[in-house]
Design a binder for this molecule. Structure first.
Ligand code: URA
Length: 244
């Protein structure tokens, strides 16, 4: 059996956003931190970081927050931004408040525009994030675009050619797959993640995107049960499906 990593309890709690080391010591002295039902007063206690830790360790009567590495799957709603720096409500505000103070920090894997909805992954797992966005992984991202004008009919060919140049860029786009779904609706699968890529691709063929939704990243589809604004922890199988 592989050995579980150990962490000092006071550092673990501080890194999960429960407060400074001093706040955490205070919580412990007020018997708010219980391990297997017994109050822990020694912040230096080494605890094994295993999947059962949140059920064994409670803070103020609640199960411990999930330790790192943590990856979330979110149905991003309209009108929220993916960046901490952009003005407006962010996707991080849809998560428990304490999680904003987690170390390592949670960040989205790539970004969706404020007016794009759909599948968004949020993680504190750096190697996983890099694997998903690395061009070497060649992960497909699938979108459904609603368009201002009817499709002309040549878009699939233009996008598949691998020669389309976006305004103010120097490298052509990799081939992308367009499937018309209606007169003004199309599914588009891309493998890159350039700035506003889908909107700019349709602009390059004389159209305008009025609605954009991402429904798939690699082999992972946005679960139908997840309403806009909802999120949950990504399972190991779902994580593997991305690369499958
Ligand atoms: N392409 C865009 O133009 N916007 C997104 O949000 C995602 C891909």
């Amino acid at each position: 059996m592989s050995k579980l990593p150990l962490a000092r309890l006071d550092r673990l709690l501080a890194n999960l956003g429960y407060g400074s080391r001093r706040d955490v010591t205070d919580l412990m002295s007020r018997k708010q931190v219980l391990l297997d039902g017994v109050a822990v007063r020694d912040g230096g206690l080494k605890v094994p970081i295993g999947p059962d830790l949140p059920t064994r360790l409670t803070v103020s009567g609640q199960p411990l927050d999930p330790p790192a590495p943590l990856t979330l799957l979110m149905h991003k709603p309209l009108e929220v931004v993916c960046s901490h720096r952009e003005p407006g409500r962010s996707v991080y505000e849809l998560l428990p408040h304490r999680w904003r103070a987690r170390i390592p920090a949670l960040s989205s894997i790539g970004r969706l525009d404020k007016d794009t909805t759909g599948l968004l992954l949020i993680t504190d797992d750096g190697p996983f994030l890099h694997r998903v966005i690395s061009p070497k992984s060649n992960i497909a991202k699938r979108y459904v675009a609603t368009l201002d004008r009817p499709l002309k009919g040549d878009e699939a060919e233009v996008f598949a050619a691998g020669t389309l140049m976006l305004e103010s860029e120097t490298d052509p786009l990799a081939p992308a797959v367009l499937e018309p779904l209606g007169e003004r609706e199309a599914r588009l699968t891309i493998t890159e993640g350039r700035y506003h890529q889908v909107r700019r691709m349709f602009a390059a063929v004389g159209n305008h995107v009025t609605g954009l939704h991402r429904d798939r990243i690699g082999g992972l589809a946005l679960p139908e049960s997840l309403a806009p604004g909802d999120w949950r922890i990504l399972t190991a199988d779902e994580q593997a499906a991305i690369f499958g």
